[in-house]
Design a protein around this ligand. Structure first.
Ligand code: URA
Length: 409
């Protein structure tokens, strides 16, 4: 077998066998296939897709590339949640504390930023000392003690996804349904949860740009879940506009805390909706009973305290969060009502400020990002600040407001 033949086969839209997929993907993991060859194969997969058989096989190869956690030693139903990635999507940092405060166990394996979308692990690393890579024992002990833990893949869970994910991030190969489904579902299954909730983001700022693709992704992920006997619920949510006000790593942790402390708006609403669904499926109770529990832990500050406990448990110092002092306010050139905010352009801008990576080794600047001062539906006057940039340095950035905000006069 030969990697060039495998790439060529996919380029010619032929189906790859298990042996060929193993040869290419495991070969990449152990260094026999190099970056440029795997990039080429990933691009061929992006362009030509994969059959269901190939996708199921790839999930299996990803899972078997590392350990599979057995959480049966922990009492209770364990529910994991994952997002396909969006701009300003800090929901995991909100729902983890809420759902675990309701007595449901949330073992969470997360990733870094992908493309223009942020990742939970990068956000958590903006907290000094926060340990994102837990050993299996540390992960299990933390879940037993506080009901919620987040780990990256370094603890030998799906190591193949970790390397493929990093390569996809910098080779324009993120938005492929079979690659997303294999990446997410392998992590969720290896992570040991009994039930899985997937938030599929759909819209201009998401990998799934239209409802048809989002539904196809939902269908394949639910079938993978069924195959591994893990109840999997996928909900589709809007990503045409960024989620909440803050984009960028430290800024998003701050906003997650604000929501847990009572800030209202669409981010809180979506967090409540997802938490309610997770509590409902875990406890087998009605939606209204689940909602009551969720509101109770939010309103009484129990979920906020759980967040602080979680950060401390993983070694983080929450007072260490740094936001850049180099600020540039972007003003409105019209009077009217905000009709939409272009999530994709905001995501790209945030990455160009340094909040995301352009190459695998590129460091992230956790202190940079964007705050949206005006949201959809807000009234604005000429010269009002629409959004604020938090930059590495105080050099002015040339911004065409119309690329980001659509204002109806
Ligand atoms: N999240 C993942 O873990 N993988 C993807 O491919 C997309 C989002």
């Amino acid at each position: 077998m030969n990697i060039i033949e495998i790439i060529t086969k996919k380029k010619n839209k032929e189906e790859l066998s298990r042996e060929e997929l193993e040869y290419a993907f495991l070969g990449y993991l152990n260094g026999k296939v190099c970056d440029y060859q795997m990039s080429s194969l990933l691009m061929a997969i992006c362009l030509n897709g994969m059959s269901d058989d190939e996708t199921f096989t790839l999930v299996d190869i990803f899972i078997k590339s590392g350990d599979v956690l057995d959480l049966s030693c922990i009492d209770g139903v364990k529910v994991d949640k994952h997002s396909t990635g969006g701009i300003g999507d800090k929901i995991t940092l909100i729902i983890g504390p809420i759902v675990s405060s309701c007595g449901v166990i949330v073992p969470k394996m997360s990733g870094r930023g992908l493309g223009y979308t942020g990742g939970t692990i990068d956000k958590l690393e903006s907290i000094d000392g926060f340990k994102v890579s837990l050993t299996e024992d540390e992960f299990i002990n933390q879940i037993k003690d506080i009901g919620f833990a987040v780990t990256s893949q370094t603890s030998n869970l799906c190591p193949l996804d970790k390397v493929i994910y990093a390569l996809r991030d910098v080779t324009g190969t993120t938005d492929s349904i079979p690659l997303i489904a294999s990446s997410i579902m392998s992590k969720k299954i290896a992570g040991g949860a009994d039930k899985i909730f997937i938030d599929i983001k759909c819209g201009i700022g998401a990998m799934m740009k239209n409802m048809e693709d989002a539904l196809e992704l939902k269908n394949i992920m639910e079938r993978i879940g069924e195959h591994y006997n893990r109840e999997t619920i996928c909900e589709i949510s809007d990503m045409n506009i960024p989620l909440g006000n803050n984009i960028g790593n430290s800024l998003e942790v701050i906003e997650a805390m604000d929501i847990l402390k009572g800030k209202t708006g669409s981010l809180r609403d979506l967090s409540i909706k997802i938490s309610t669904e997770m509590v409902r499926i875990a406890k087998g109770i009605s939606e209204s009973d689940a909602l009551k529990e969720v509101l109770m832990v939010l309103d009484r500050g129990i979920a906020y305290n759980k967040f602080l406990e979680f950060v401390k448990y993983q070694g983080g110092d929450i007072n260490s969060l740094k936001v850049s002092n180099n600020i540039q306010e972007i003003k409105s050139n019209k009077t009217g009502i905000v009709k939409s905010i272009n999530a994709l352009n905001i995501g790209k801008l945030s990455c160009s400020l340094g909040a995301g990576r352009e190459s695998k080794e590129a460091p992230i600047d956790y202190s940079v990002g964007i705050v949206l001062n005006k949201l959809v539906g807000d009234e604005v006057s000429i010269n009002d600040t629409l959004f604020t940039l938090y930059k590495k340095d105080n050099k002015d950035i040339d911004i065409n407001v119309d690329d980001y905000y659509q204002i109806n006069c």
